[in-house]
Design a protein around this ligand. Structure first.
Ligand code: TA6
Length: 289
């Protein structure tokens, strides 16, 4: 399918009607819907989806750099490049042995000539899959196909759609250390109970457990974030002042989004020649009675 800018998109559906939409621009998941058609990811109504801008929302892939931690553009180049489909056979979607619908995307340093800005040869294989249970899984495999080592950071910049930021709490980050992007990345330690939100937050929680839960009280639903190979968790909400400064975010939209990202940031991943790194993010929805 093509979007209004003619950018190719892939739609995955499961037999119960749940769906995931992925843009080949950036390999970005844009939508994840339940079988009832409820949208679970936030995308801004003002999203400027004209390439090279990534759509504000869904799950942009921040690679090979997070934020401004390095010499590349903010969050690296992967979210601004065209990815290729490499399903075999090319018929989309394919189904794996467990009945998951999936698409395999790839970004190669050779295809998009990224070596001019980042002098390393890599292949980034991304499998996006939708389970019969409606769970969304992203599996990244980054391979060093060069003759010298390189290091990278990565984050699945996940915008969850929530009813009201003041009605949300996040569990699984208690007592962890975090770097506060609002205080020059200074290191702090989280106190002992769940996170709630009443102002701008922009933090990288370190060495988190492999499950983090985002409770949306009003909608009686919880997002479970399960991850492997992604030790850190970014938590970001711009709040009102920053929201006004973002041209592709409505002034009030910050109330209906929260970014909780599986990531590897504090300790960049180093790959020797020929080595491959795998990172896995599984998102599931739990409805509370
Ligand atoms: O920590 C998340 C963050 O780095 C915030 O500082 C904010 O910049 C957010 O990502 C969005 O970045 P983007 O480049 O997508 O506008």
């Amino acid at each position: 399918v093509k979007d209004k800018n003619g950018t190719d998109q892939v739609l995955l559906q499961n037999p119960k009607g749940a769906s995931v939409k992925i843009s080949l621009h950036g390999g970005q998941v844009l939508s994840w819907k339940t079988e009832r058609g409820d949208e679970l990811l936030f995308t801004s109504a003002k999203a400027n989806s004209k390439p090279p801008h990534p759509v504000r929302g869904g799950i942009p892939i921040c690679f090979p750099q997070f934020g401004t931690r390095g010499s590349l553009e903010q969050h690296g180049f992967a979210r601004n490049k065209m990815w290729l489909v490499e399903n075999d056979p090319p018929a989309l979607p394919s189904f794996d042995s467990t009945g998951k619908a999936y698409v395999d995307l790839v970004l190669k340093s050779s295809d998009e000539d990224t070596t001019r800005i980042w002098p390393h040869c890599f292949e980034f294989h991304l499998r996006v899959s939708l389970g019969l249970d409606g769970n969304l899984t992203l599996i990244s495999r980054v391979r060093n196909i060069n003759s010298k080592p390189f290091s990278f950071s990565i984050a699945y910049h996940t915008y969850f759609s929530i009813s009201d930021i003041s009605e949300v709490r996040v569990e699984g980050l208690e007592t962890l250390d975090y770097l506060d992007n609002m205080l020059d990345k200074e290191r702090f330690t989280e106190q002992g109970d769940a996170l709630t939100f009443e102002s701008e937050i922009d933090r990288v929680y370190l060495n988190s457990k492999d499950v983090v839960a985002v409770f949306d009280h009003e909608r009686k639903r919880t997002f479970l974030i399960e991850k492997e190979g992604l030790p850190d968790v970014v938590v970001w909400n711009p709040w009102d002042k920053k929201a006004k400064a973002l041209p592709d975010l409505g002034d009030e939209e910050y109330k209906h989004m929260l970014c909780v990202d599986g990531a590897a940031i504090e300790k960049p991943i180093t790959l020797k020649p020929g080595e491959e790194w795998t990172g896995k993010l599984s998102l599931s929805l739990v409805l509370s009675t």
